[in-house]
Write a protein that binds this ligand. Structure first.
Ligand SMILES: C[S@@+](CC[C@H](N)C(=O)[O-])C[C@H]1O[C@@H](n2cnc3c(N)ncnc32)[C@H](O)[C@@H]1O
Length: 209
């Protein structure tokens, strides 16, 4: 990327979904990186598909995306809106190696968040107990499996923020994830996403060298 920061709106389009719809990136965000790092026909992986932004934009731009989503209602939301060869798997990215996946040219996602004092496991939809150290080990385990399905020189992007502590110290989540994933992939650059609404996040760009 030429610039180490960019500014776009973080305003989300309204979607019909019963529940919290804020935890997703914008279509503009996904489009910017998909256009920058892929060409038509390329295969794209989103291991935390959420509301399917990566899949929908990939489909619209003639790419082929596969997403994995743990939450059944989000999986169903996506399933009805995509056509093969795009695919959504209702599953767990901690078991990524057990799914039949092709080799990918590109991966982009935003992971579920955890703060150092939280007690629920984000990788189990906050329904089991967990710890921040287990969370960081799990994200490493997931990306070790992702490495096996990425083509050589593929780009892997993780969008993440350091999280505020509501009276406690901040959790340097972006930096901790950056450190863990740089044990697996070459950490090429960091781009700061600033939104016209006043917030920002870190776009961590890795290469499968
Ligand atoms: C931050 S959201 C992703 C939002 C997505 N980028 C979008 O724009 O809609 C993280 C998602 O990861 C899912 N998730 C959490 N643990 C998971 C796991 N173990 N395997 C797959 N998906 C998981 C959550 O249910 C949530 O939808």
């Amino acid at each position: 990327m030429e610039n180490s920061w960019f500014l776009i709106s973080s305003k989300l389009k309204k979607i019909k979904f019963n529940g919290d719809t804020d935890i997703r990136f914008t279509e503009k965000f996904a489009k910017k990186f998909i256009l920058e790092f892929t060409k038509k026909g390329d295969k794209i992986l989103d291991p935390f598909a959420g509301f399917g932004t990566t899949l929908f934009i990939s489909q619209r731009l003639g790419r082929q995306a596969i997403g994995i989503e743990y939450d059944k209602s989000k999986y169903e939301y996506i399933k009805d809106k995509i056509k093969a060869p795009n695919q959504i798997i209702h599953g767990n990215s901690l078991k990524l190696s057990s799914y039949k996946l092709p080799k990918f040219d590109f991966s982009i996602t935003s992971p579920p968040y955890m703060r150092f004092f939280d007690k629920e496991d984000p990788f189990a939809n906050y329904k089991k107990s967990g710890s921040y150290s287990k969370y960081l080990k799990d994200i490493q385990l997931i990306y070790m499996q992702i490495k096996k399905v990425m083509k050589k020189n593929a780009t892997i992007i993780i969008e993440v923020s350091n999280t505020i502590g509501e009276g406690r110290p901040m959790t340097p989540l972006a930096w901790d994830i950056g450190r863990e994933i740089s044990k697996i992939f070459f950490f090429e650059e960091e781009i700061i996403y600033c939104s016209t609404e006043g917030d920002h996040s870190h776009v961590l760009v890795f290469k499968n060298k």
